[in-house]
Each structure stands twice: as structure tokens, then as C-alpha cells.
Design a protein around this ligand. Structure first.
Ligand SMILES: O=P(O)(O)O[C@@H]1[C@@H](OP(=O)(O)O)[C@H](OP(=O)(O)O)[C@H](O)[C@H](OP(=O)(O)O)[C@H]1OP(=O)(O)O
Ligand SMILES: Nc1ncnc2c1ncn2[C@@H]1O[C@H](COP(=O)(O)OP(=O)(O)OP(=O)(O)O)[C@@H](O)[C@H]1O
Length: 475
């Protein structure tokens, strides 16, 4: 075995059976450094280009004293959710990624002393696949998030089906967005968290310990939205505060003039696929009322949701069309393993890597080059489908108009705000077979259990609105 691997500190206990005790070699420090540097480079050279300078904070790789890392791990261990504790923290390499605290305003370069509210949304995939490689007709009608909900509830990941549908949030239609955000507030799962001064006040720290009481949330939010008003507490106050929150978040999500090159992708994927998901309670309700499906009013091109959606749409072929291309790359790598580096499977994620992502052709010329481009685009799209948006809000004075920072008004107050994207590390090449299997599982489960009993779905999703109508507030 390689002499360089003979350091006991780099080995750890893995498991054991009756006869064997298994130890595993950890990554070397250089490998970990390279992995972290790749995350930074991917943010800088790819995501900043697509999403825009102001939204992406790449951070930097830093070196930390090992003692400090070990003490820190011990200190925070008791606060980690049980479900994540099977993952060990790296206490050996001494490398870490240092990022700004995105729960704070990013428009200020000095510490903010005013109270800060931060809403984190993981919007997931905002379009229905338009690829002709899709074999199940249902995938052209119901979005992945809505189908996946049923499998997640069946496997016990979450207790109940959410009414949230990403297509509503990405619609650009204020009423649909309002409905989507309210649905997230009703069933946050891992798609919504709210922090006050960095502390989680709403959402799930862990699937088993959700913090989700609307009146408690309203109590926290009241001083932000009704600062000098003696609004009484109770259900009326709760509703008023939640309404203000949702309005402000909708406005912030529709704002933005930040430049980014996601626009260059428009000539390719564009706004394709059906504008609504048939499983969304919003569109179901409209259909029940005999109304047409809403027009896709479209997101403003400068806003982060629009840009994120464009990057998600780099998944041009859907996993069903992509998987055979992945197999082509795999066969090539089995024959020429040394080519993995040249193909930039594990980086570097540089300007050349970015440039190749802009090739949106879908005509397969049978080459490895074509297959590789689609594989890399798919990985980038998957990253955009799993990222989170952090919206930081800090109350500002009524006369702070000379201030150049973006401001969002609410009925009784005004907020300086910043919007950032989080969790932008490129999805691994190795996860593609998993994606392929999971996709089949999600669709088959949905077809077998849900679609077959469509009437049951209707009654489950509309249990509190028997007549199948939704009350839509003016926004
Ligand atoms: O496949 P999905 O859509 O369930 O997404 C996974 C997420 O589950 P979600 O559906 O958001 O509850 C999942 O979220 P949780 O860890 O369950 O909170 C991860 O983000 C996972 O990414 P990775 O494998 O850790 O890089 C995500 O996996 P991929 O983005 O790699 O598919
Ligand atoms: N720079 C940051 N500033 C503030 N909060 C952060 C920052 N980075 C991460 N977080 C918090 O930590 C959580 C986990 O981070 P992140 O999503 O990057 O981890 P992950 O392991 O990639 O998660 P996932 O399971 O979604 O793949 C986020 O949901 C967010 O609440």
C-alpha cells in the first residue's frame, strides 16, 4: 500500500462483523483542500456568472488549528440534530470553508446592530420537464416536488403532504406566490426556516423537532412589522403579521436588477414546459371553479428566482435522457481512467468549464464530448434545484431615503434587505445513478398509489376546504 497512507491519524473505525473489523482511510489533507477549493471556484466561475455577483458569496478556504477544530466539534455536538449525527466532522485536515453569515444583511460591510430577520427558502425544482425522453406522461403534468411529497410521507420523512408547489412560487404571479409562501408556512419541512438575530424561530431544526407555531411566530414578528402600533394579540394579529411577512417576501423575491449571465441561457431552455402543476392545490382549485389555468405571468428577469430557474433548466434532457449519456461517459472512463482529469469530472471548475455549459444543443452526435457536456449541465442544474435562498431583512427608518441600499416597504414599516444563495457546491458525478433510480421510484410510487386513487388525493389535499375553493387575498 502507498507509504503516504501509513499515518494512523488518517484512518478511522468504519464498522465490524463477526470476523472482520473494518477501518477506512480518510481523504488526505490535500484532497480535502482541493475539494473545498473546487467549491469556491465553482461559486466564482460558474454560479456568480449565472446568478450574479450580488447573490453569490463563494467564501474562501481557511486553515484552522486542529485543537480549535476538535474543541469546536465537542462544543457543538449536543446541538446537532440526531438525524445528522451519523456524519462525522472533519477534524483531521485543518481545512474549512469560511463563508459570510448570510443570515445577516450582505449590503453592509460592518456589523449590523439592528435586529435582523432572515427567511431561508429552499424552493426546489420550478419547472416540469419538457424533454421528449420522458417516458411517464405523468412527469409532464405533475412536478417532481409534488410527486416526491407522497414518497416522503410514505417513508416517514415528513408527517403530511405540503400544499406548496414550486411552480406556484416561480410563477411570478403574486397570488400564486402568496399561496406558495403561505403553504410553506403551514408545512415548512426543510423548505422554510425563519431566524431572528441568527436564532431559529420557525421551521425544522430536525424532522422530529419542528418549531411551527403561528401565534408564537407572530409574537416574534410583530415588532418588525407593526413597530409603533398597539395591534392587539390574538388570531387577528397573527393573520395580519403573517400577511405582512408574506407580502414582503413576495416583493423581495420579485426584486432585483443584478446582472448575471443566466439571460444567455434563455435562447435555449427558455420558459418551456407547462406553466402549472396539476397537483398544485392552487391550479386544482381554479379548475374546480371552471377557471382557466393561470397565464405564466413570468418572473422579472433580474430576480434571483428567474435566474435560478434558468440554471435549473440546464437539465434539458431530464434524468431519463441523461442517464444513457452518463453511461457513455462511464464506458469511456472504464477504458481510459486517466482521462477523468482531462474531462474535468472533479474540477477544476474554471472559465473553460463554464464556457462549455453554454452549449445548449440537444442533437446527439454520438460523441463522448456531447455526453460530457450534458452530464456537466445536469450536475449544475441539480445544484440549482437544491440550493436555498436567504432573505435578510432589517427595519430601517422612514427617512432613510438617501441610503443606496435596497429597501422593501410593508404597510407600517420599511426594511433594508439582501438576498443570497446558499448551498452551491456542485452535485457529484457519482450521484447520477442514484438520481436515475430515485426518479423511477418517485414516479412509480405516485402512479401506483396516488394517481390511481385520485379521489383520495383530492380529499387529502382539500381536507379543510370541502367545496374545493381557496380564498385568495389581494396582494
Ligand atoms: O433528491 P432530493 O430532491 O430529495 O434532494 C435532496 C434533499 O432532499 P429534499 O428533497 O430537499 O428534502 C436533501 O435535503 P435533506 O438533507 O434531506 O435536508 C439534500 O439536500 C440532498 O442533497 P445532497 O445529496 O446532500 O447533496 C438532495 O439530493 P440531490 O439534490 O442530490 O438530489
Ligand atoms: N453562510 C451561511 N450563513 C448562514 N447560515 C448558513 C450558511 N451556510 C449554511 N447555513 C445554514 O446551515 C444549513 C445547512 O447548510 P447547507 O444547506 O449548505 O448544508 P448541506 O449539507 O449542503 O445541506 P443539504 O442537506 O441541503 O444538501 C442551511 O440550511 C442554513 O440554515
Amino acid at each position: 500500500m502507498d507509504e503516504g497512507k501509513m499515518d494512523e491519524n488518517e484512518w478511522g473505525y468504519h464498522g465490524e462483523g463477526n470476523k472482520s473489523l473494518v477501518v477506512a482511510h480518510a481523504q488526505t489533507s490535500e484532497e480535502i483542500f482541493q475539494h473545498l477549493q473546487n467549491i469556491v471556484d465553482f461559486g466564482k466561475n460558474v454560479m456568480k456568472e449565472f446568478l450574479g455577483e450580488n447573490y453569490v458569496h463563494c467564501g474562501e478556504v481557511v486553515q484552522l488549528p486542529l485543537d480549535f477544530v476538535k474543541q469546536l466539534c465537542l462544543k457543538i455536538q449536543c446541538e446537532r440534530p440526531e438525524s445528522r449525527c451519523d456524519k462525522d466532522l472533519d477534524t483531521l485536515s485543518g481545512y474549512a470553508l469560511c463563508l459570510p453569515n448570510l443570515a445577516r444583511l450582505q449590503t453592509y460591510h460592518f456589523a449590523e446592530h439592528r435586529p435582523i430577520l432572515c427567511v431561508e427558502i429552499k424552493p426546489k425544482c420550478g419547472f416540469i420537464p419538457f424533454s421528449s425522453d420522458v417516458t411517464h406522461e405523468m412527469k409532464h403534468k405533475v412536478c417532481r416536488y409534488c410527486m416526491h411529497q407522497h414518497l416522503k410521507v410514505a417513508t416517514g420523512k415528513w408527517k403530511q403532504i405540503s400544499k406548496y408547489c414550486p411552480l406556484d412560487l416561480y410563477s411570478g404571479n403574486k397570488q400564486r406566490m402568496y399561496f406558495a409562501l403561505k403553504s410553506l408556512l403551514q408545512e415548512a419541512q426543510n423548505n422554510l426556516k425563519i431566524f431572528k438575530n441568527g436564532e431559529l424561530i420557525y421551521g425544522c431544526k430536525d424532522a422530529r423537532s419542528p418549531v411551527a407555531d403561528w401565534s408564537e411566530l407572530a409574537h416574534h414578528l410583530k415588532p418588525f412589522f407593526f413597530p409603533s402600533n398597539g395591534l392587539a394579540s390574538g388570531p387577528h394579529c397573527t393573520r395580519a403579521v403573517i400577511r405582512e411577512l408574506v407580502r414582503v417576501i413576495t416583493r423581495v423575491l420579485l426584486s432585483g436588477s443584478d446582472k448575471g449571465r443566466a439571460g444567455t441561457l434563455r435562447s435555449g431552455p427558455g420558459l418551456r414546459g407547462p406553466p402549472v402543476c396539476e397537483a398544485s392545490p392552487f391550479s386544482r382549485s381554479l379548475r374546480c371553479q371552471g377557471k382557466n389555468t393561470p397565464e405564466r405571468s413570468g418572473l422579472p428577469k433580474g430576480c434571483l428566482l428567474y435566474k435560478t430557474l434558468q440554471v435549473q433548466m440546464l437539465d434539458l434532457l431530464d434524468i431519463e435522457g441523461l442517464y444513457p449519456l452518463y453511461r457513455r461517459v462511464e464506458r469511456y472512463l472504464e477504458e481510459f481512467p486517466e482521462e477523468r482529469k482531462t474531462l474535468q469530472i472533479d474540477g477544476p471548475y474554471d472559465e473553460a468549464f463554464y464556457q462549455r455549459l453554454l452549449d445548449l444543443s440537444t442533437e446527439d452526435d454520438g460523441t463522448v464530448a456531447f455526453a460530457l457536456t450534458k452530464v456537466q449541465q445536469y450536475r449544475v442544474a441539480m445544484t440549482a434545484k437544491d440550493c436555498s435562498i436567504m432573505i435578510a431583512l432589517s427595519p430601517c427608518l422612514q427617512d432613510a431615503s438617501s441610503d443606496q441600499r435596497p429597501i422593501v416597504p410593508s404597510s407600517r414599516s420599511r426594511f433594508a434587505f439582501s438576498v443570497s444563495v446558499l448551498d452551491l457546491d456542485l452535485k457529484p458525478y457519482e450521484s447520477i445513478p442514484h438520481q436515475y433510480k430515485l426518479d423511477g421510484k418517485i414516479v412509480n410510487y405516485y402512479l401506483k398509489t396516488v394517481h390511481a386513487k385520485d379521489a383520495t388525493v383530492m380529499s387529502a389535499r382539500f381536507k379543510e376546504s370541502e367545496d374545493c375553493t381557496l380564498v385568495l387575498h389581494k396582494v
